[in-house]
Every structure is written in structure tokens, then in C-alpha cells.
Design a protein around this ligand. Structure first.
Ligand code: HEC
Length: 198
């Protein structure tokens, strides 16, 4: 009798372990599922929308509800002719202020000025010539193209860079699927240069 119930418990345990093991394998298989190009672009679009990339990287039009995305310029970066208004440098205190331009695509902080990059696949002014590895490395290391100068605030590479390789690849695939827009974004300037050029 005792032997029999031990046997039942034993069989039950083995079955349970088997179920847990098979479920884990199945999940792993699903995670490793290779997405089609179309699904990858969809996933990338979803991440870019939720990630708020357009808040900084898309120029805006202005209506009664305030600024909304300029749908003819999606993710094309800070307009080449963006003009930084005069500002009072005394309001820039350590850890304190970031001043955004009216459309949110350019900023001034203690680091100086920064202009959101053109993320459309234009070869000359956007990411047309980039490889997925450059994109992943840039977001992981916080260095321009993954190897150059530090990427400036307020670009949140520290959080975007925590996404998986697959998700970053999906974002890149979506960006590459956008209509290319020629827009040469200005180079950033350090604060002292901004102040002396006034
Ligand atoms: C709060 C504003 C902001 C948000 C949100 C934002 N970016 Fe940026 N991004 C910037 C700015 C500003 C730059 C330019 C920084 C510089 O010149 O160093 C930039 C630069 C970049 C670059 C160029 C990196 C390089 O190598 O030079 C990439 C790629 C990029 N952003 C991708 C994204 C993606 C993808 C998202 C959304 C998931 C996103 N950004 C969200 C502000 C932002």
C-alpha cells in the first residue's frame, strides 16, 4: 500500500518535471522563432511608436491641440534650418534644465546643443548607409555609429540599448522601410561655443 502511493508520487513528479521541461522548450522555441521581414518591420514599428522616438525625431505641425507629428517628415530628424532661440544661460544648472525647441527636435543643456538624428534611410543624411550592427552598437555603447563621439542627451540610448538584439534589429528594419527623406541635421555645439556665438 505504502509502496504503491510512493510509486504514484514518483510517477506524478516525473510527469510534472516533464511538463515543466517541455513547456520551457516550447517557450524557447517560440522566442527563437525567426520573424519574416514583414513581421520584423511590424514589430519595429510597434517598438518605435511605444518608444516615443518621434517625440524627438519627427518634426511637428501645430494645431489647436498643440504639436502633432508632421506625417510628411516622419523620423527625419531636426529640420536642417532649425533655429535655436536666444536663451538665458543662468537657467542651465547642473542636473536641472533641458531646453527644447518648439518642435522638440533640438535641445540645449549643459552639454551644449543637440539635434535629433535623421532616422530615415536617406543615404547621405540618414541611416541609409548603416548596417544593423552599427545601429545596435550605437545604442549599446552610446557612441556615434558605435565607435565615434559620445551620443549626447537627451537621446535615451541607455534605456533603448537594453532591448534585445532581435528588437533592435526589428527597429532598424522598420526605419529602413520608411520613405527616405533628405534632411541634413545640424552638428551639435558645445555650450561655450553657443554662448560666445551670441
Ligand atoms: C528625448 C529625445 C529623444 C528620444 C525620445 C529619442 N531620441 Fe534618438 N536622438 C536624440 C538626439 C538629440 C540625438 C542626437 C544626439 C547627438 O547628436 O549626439 C539622437 C540620435 C539618435 C541616433 C543616432 C546615434 C548615432 O550613432 O549618432 C539614433 C540611431 C537614434 N537617436 C535612435 C532613436 C530611436 C530608435 C528612438 C526610439 C526608440 C530614439 N532615438 C528616441 C533624441 C531622442
Amino acid at each position: 500500500m505504502l509502496n504503491k502511493s510512493i510509486n504514484y508520487i514518483y510517477t506524478g513528479l516525473v510527469t510534472l518535471i516533464l511538463i515543466v521541461f517541455l513547456t520551457a522548450c516550447n517557450q524557447e522555441q517560440q522566442e527563437n522563432k525567426v520573424l519574416s521581414e514583414k513581421d520584423m518591420i511590424e514589430r519595429g514599428k510597434y517598438l518605435v511608436t511605444f518608444g516615443g522616438c518621434g517625440d524627438c525625431h519627427t518634426p511637428k505641425v501645430f494645431g489647436p491641440q498643440g504639436p502633432t507629428f508632421d506625417t510628411t517628415k516622419i523620423l527625419s530628424g531636426s529640420p536642417a534650418n532649425e533655429h535655436l532661440a536666444k536663451f538665458d544661460p543662468t537657467i542651465l544648472q547642473p542636473g536641472n534644465y533641458v531646453l527644447f525647441t518648439h518642435d522638440g527636435t533640438a535641445t540645449i543643456g549643459l552639454w551644449g546643443s543637440s539635434f535629433a538624428a535623421n532616422l530615415t534611410p536617406d543615404v547621405e543624411t540618414g541611416i541609409g548607409g548603416w548596417q544593423p550592427e552599427m545601429f545596435i552598437n550605437a545604442l549599446r555603447t552610446g557612441k556615434h555609429l558605435g565607435a565615434g563621439r559620445p551620443i549626447l542627451p537627451p537621446m535615451p540610448w541607455q534605456t533603448i540599448g537594453t532591448l534585445s538584439d532581435d528588437d533592435l534589429r526589428a527597429i532598424f528594419a522598420y526605419l529602413k522601410s520608411l520613405p527616405p527623406i533628405k534632411n541634413k541635421v545640424q552638428e551639435p555645439k558645445p555650450l561655450n561655443e553657443l554662448l560666445t556665438s551670441k
